[in-house]
Design a protein around this ligand. Structure first.
Ligand SMILES: C[S@@+](CC[C@H](N)C(=O)[O-])C[C@H]1O[C@@H](n2cnc3c(N)ncnc32)[C@H](O)[C@@H]1O
Length: 305
């Protein structure tokens, strides 16, 4: 039996806080966050993302930025320090999250309450940069698809999946498998609109811990999007190779990697001790274990053209 994971009702009607799902952006937001002590520089997500993007893009030339699913708005608040004149559009399906964004983000901002997949394509046409930070896993995932269902089902979602697999030559390597339908449609929508720069990050089912972290941070690829159970809803990890294939077909250059490329954590004796110890002597240790895991569980793609 296939199952369609759809978080829209939760986000429209129930979400009042992101406290239950600690995003990396929110973990890094407080100035005294212990996570800031283990990254390459004591700074927020927005600041570090700005520096990272600047290696590829001249952000001072950007006039229109859109963020999809901005949560509390902390990323955009900090990014805007570096380009205060930019015209910003924040799209979010959740009225509660948009209220948070209105409180936290100041500048020339337009707020739109909508499911990104339903928003009119015309709104996208002027955008230079679209940011989708830790949101694509919330979009529809179709689960438990067998070969037989894929070949013969007339369900509209399966027909779309058949089209995407054929059009972008997507590999499937498990049976049954889960498919990030909403995430791929969202990326296709952005590519179709000709957006110059697209940044997306999310839990990946294809990433792996690297370097000194390999032995004590157990992140290994499964290649099938797995469920992440959260308060009131579930999201799914992404197959980043599928996102990459879509963007490349539309002529984009794709830079892809794990979060640690952006945040630059390095192993220290203290960190090694924390990562090896199983007992939570201090809350800080538990927070750091989750944070360092996230450095390799999350992948990003920066698509440029
Ligand atoms: C996990 S939070 C991430 C928040 C923020 N980007 C961060 O990194 O802290 C997901 C955000 O996406 C929004 N969202 C979920 N589904 C959406 C959809 N279909 N269209 C637009 N926004 C959506 C939620 O309301 C929430 O603000």
């Amino acid at each position: 039996m296939i199952h369609i994971n759809d978080t829209s009702t939760y986000h429209k009607e129930q979400i009042i806080t992101l406290g239950w799902e600690l995003t990396v952006c929110n973990m890094l937001y407080p100035e005294h966050s212990p996570c800031r002590q283990v990254i390459r520089k004591n700074a927020s997500y927005g600041t570090l993302l700005y520096e990272f993007l600047s290696e590829f893009i001249d952000i001072t030339q950007i006039t229109h930025i859109m963020e999809v699913g901005g949560g509390y708005g902390f990323l955009m608040k900090d990014l805007l320090q570096f380009c205060p004149e930019a015209l910003v559009t924040m799209i979010d399906i959740s009225p509660a999250m948009l209220e948070e964004q209105k409180r936290n983000v100041q500048g020339k901002i337009t707020f739109i309450e909508s499911d990104f997949l339903k928003v009119d394509d015309d709104i996208l046409t002027n955008m230079d940069l679209i940011i989708c930070n830790e949101i694509l896993g919330d979009f529809i995932t179709v689960c438990n698809i067998t070969k037989e269902i894929l070949e013969s089902s007339e369900l509209s979602e399966i027909k779309e999946i058949r089209r995407l697999i054929a059009e972008y030559n997507l590999g499937i390597c498990s049976e049954p498998f889960n498919f990030n339908l909403g995430a791929l449609l969202a990326l296709e929508k952005m590519c179709q609109a000709g957006i110059k720069y697209i940044y997306a990050s999310e839990h990946s089912c294809e990433s792996e811990s690297q370097g000194d972290f390999k032995e004590c941070v157990h992140v290994r690829p499964t290649f099938n999007p797995y469920e992440i159970r959260l308060f009131g809803h579930s999201e799914y990890a992404l197959r980043f190779s599928h996102l990459e294939a879509v963007a490349r077909k539309w002529g984009y250059t794709v830079h892809r990697g794990v979060y640690n490329d952006i945040f630059g954590c390095e192993m220290t004796p203290k960190l090694r001790f924390i990562l090896h110890s199983t007992a939570s002597v201090k809350d800080e240790y538990e927070i750091l274990r989750q944070f360092i895991g996230d450095m390799f569980i999350y992948e990003y793609v920066l698509c440029t053209r």
